[in-house]
Design a protein around this ligand. Structure first.
Ligand SMILES: C[S@@+](CC[C@H](N)C(=O)[O-])C[C@H]1O[C@@H](n2cnc3c(N)ncnc32)[C@H](O)[C@@H]1O
Length: 213
């Protein structure tokens, strides 16, 4: 997965999602907005919205995006402080793509357990045929405290197949692809956490690509 014009993970030399073309892309739990900002630069015909419950990491990137273009400003980017539990209604039916990369806290619990209310919110955000990309990274040793705090189930391909994928299907999301990403694949995802976590050889990273049925 060499430097790409679309910032996405590649698997079997195909993009997890096609980031070219037009449309609205929403990144939930965007953190410092790196994925959104870099993708927006490379795909000027798409509009990117980065959402995070925590405003602090959004401040720097929001300021940068509003500068003049020569100083890093981008007209196709918007950052919003909001929790996935309370997404603004103005975004209803707007997203052609939704991304959730390396979620943590209640966002992690929601996507790993297939929380029905949260999946309904994601469905509400999606335009027809919206694609949803979820990348989850868990290290059972290093993340033990958080796993116990959130009472997370053990992630396995059986769990995906027998529990999680049916949950997403019941919420209206058809699974196009799912599986495990190896370190060379996920470490090249253009998000800050993918870069931070690179040293974690024991981190299991799974992905789901879904589409609104
Ligand atoms: C580990 S960081 C990943 C950030 C970014 N996606 C990346 O890959 O660099 C997880 C992010 O999820 C956000 N988050 C946690 N719970 C959330 C929620 N309920 N709604 C929205 N964002 C949430 C956190 O504030 C944090 O920025």
């Amino acid at each position: 997965m060499a430097a790409q014009s679309d910032n996405s993970t590649k698997r079997n030399s195909e993009n997890l999602l096609n980031h070219t073309g037009e449309g609205v892309v929403i990144d939930i739990g965007t953190g410092d907005g790196r994925f959104v900002y870099r993708s927006a630069r490379l795909n000027p015909r798409k509009f990117y919205i980065g959402i995070d419950a925590n405003a602090a990491p959004l401040e720097k990137i929001s300021m940068k995006a509003t500068r003049k273009p020569a100083k890093g400003g981008l007209a196709n980017v918007l950052f919003i402080q909001a929790a996935i539990e309370d997404l603004p209604e103005e975004l209803n039916a707007s997203a052609d793509e939704i991304h959730i990369h390396f979620p943590w806290g209640s966002l992690l619990r929601a996507v790993v357990t297939g929380d029905e209310n949260i999946l309904a919110s994601l469905r509400r955000l999606g335009a027809p045929e919206c694609q949803l990309e979820i990348v989850i990274g868990i290290d059972e040793e290093r993340d033990r405290t958080e796993i116990e705090r959130l009472a997370l189930p053990k992630l396995s391909t059986e769990y995906l197949k027998n529990f999680l994928i049916p949950k997403y299907a019941a919420a209206g999301f058809e699974t196009l692809e799912s599986g495990v990403l190896n370190a060379s694949e996920w470490s090249r995802l253009e998000t800050s956490w993918a870069r931070k976590l690179q040293s974690g050889a024991n981190r299991q990273v799974i992905f789901l690509i879904l589409q609104l049925a």
